[in-house]
Ligand binder design. Structure first.
Ligand SMILES: N[C@@H](CCC[C@H](N)C(=O)O)C(=O)O
Length: 333
């Protein structure tokens, strides 16, 4: 089939009598991950599922449920209140990534999730990436555009980023403080200067001196951020690893990162967090710092590229690993 004659029209507009993708009492799912940031994916193309926070907690439970860092639901943009702004921005963004953290909370954006969502849409036959096709999709942070690279990675334009502390507040490179357990002897938790970065969702980046410091950090407890962000924040601990020249002569920066995610805890990767880490380290490095950064996380490596229009691009793998069906209905109690 060529790109000209594909019909990827969402089915939100079809009459209610059409069969639903998720019949009552059953829930089919797919499990996927992006650099080991893992998700339960649900095909709700007919927008029939009332996904409650309690259901999300049941699904993501690593002992009593399927287990994941979050849940991602495929739903037509036209079926959600938040989808109206997306469709006004780009009418071709017909599918919406309804992302939930493992604790049931809603987040505006998930960078690894967007890539896995794109792979899932492709697997469902709801999107294609051949012929260099770029997919527009809806998120709570606005429209995101995704393309597939020759190596199978997905590259996402993550939109406009900012340092919410403002240029004045970050002239010395910091606008917050973060205390992390495990860094100081005898349980002390000394606040260290950090930088807030907005990727549609909130991040606070703290630089550490050595990889040994990074490994010593205890992220079983949420780092203490001051001032306390009203809606919480994701905290990235980073160690800049320097710059290297690639075979094509370009210079890339390298960063090692661990993350404590809002609404989840420590995860093995965070795509928006990787963008925040690269943006912060690049700002701290000053003029002449590279525009391309490889961010090493416990679950793999992603690439972050500064685009010319004030946007940032995230690229990395997306894997679908299993399809399944819940044996008992999700109670959502
Ligand atoms: N893992 C995601 C971020 C998910 C949302 C985050 N926990 C929040 O609450 O903002 C990513 O890959 O970006």
């Amino acid at each position: 089939m060529t790109s000209e004659n594909r019909d990827l029209t969402p089915v939100a507009a079809v009459p209610a009598a059409q069969p639903t993708a998720q019949p009552a009492g059953q829930l089919s799912f797919t499990k996927g991950h992006g650099t080991e940031n893992d998700f339960v994916l649900i095909d709700d193309r007919h927008a029939t599922l009332d996904l409650t926070p309690a259901m999300v907690r049941e699904l993501t439970d690593r002992r009593a449920g399927i287990g994941a860092d979050g849940v991602i639901r495929v739903v037509p943009s036209a079926a959600l209140d938040e989808g109206a702004a997306v469709l006004a921005q780009d009418p071709s963004a017909v599918w919406f990534m309804d992302y939930r953290n493992a604790d049931g909370s809603i987040a505006q954006m998930c960078g690894n999730g967007v890539r896995v969502f794109a792979a899932y849409l492709e697997d469902l036959g709801l999107a294609y990436f051949d012929d260099g096709h770029e997919l527009a999709l809806g998120t709570r942070a606005g429209v995101r555009r995704v393309r597939k690279e020759a190596n199978g990675w997905f590259a996402v334009d993550m939109g406009v980023w900012s340092f919410p502390g403002g240029t004045g507040a970050v002239t010395d490179g910091f606008d917050a403080e973060v205390g992390v357990r495990g860094l100081e002897p005898a349980g002390a938790e000394i606040p260290r200067p950090a930088l807030s970065v907005d990727l549609g969702n909130p991040h606070t980046v703290l630089a550490l001196a050595t990889v040994a410091d990074l490994e010593r950090a205890d992220l079983t407890h949420a780092p203490r951020v001051v001032p306390t962000p009203p809606q919480g924040t994701n905290v990235e601990l980073v160690v800049p690893l320097g710059e290297e020249t690639t075979v094509d002569g370009s210079v890339v920066g390298r960063v090692r990162m661990r993350v404590h995610e809002r609404g989840v805890g420590e995860t093995r990767s965070c795509g928006t967090g990787a963008c925040a880490a690269a943006l912060a380290v690049r700002a701290w490095a000053g003029d002449g710092a590279p525009d391309v950064w490889l961010v090493e996380v416990p679950g793999g490596t992603v690439r972050v590229t500064m685009l010319t229009d004030g946007h940032v691009e995230l690229a990395g793998p997306a894997e679908l690993v299993a399809d399944g069906q819940l044996r008992s209905p999700v109670r959502g109690a």
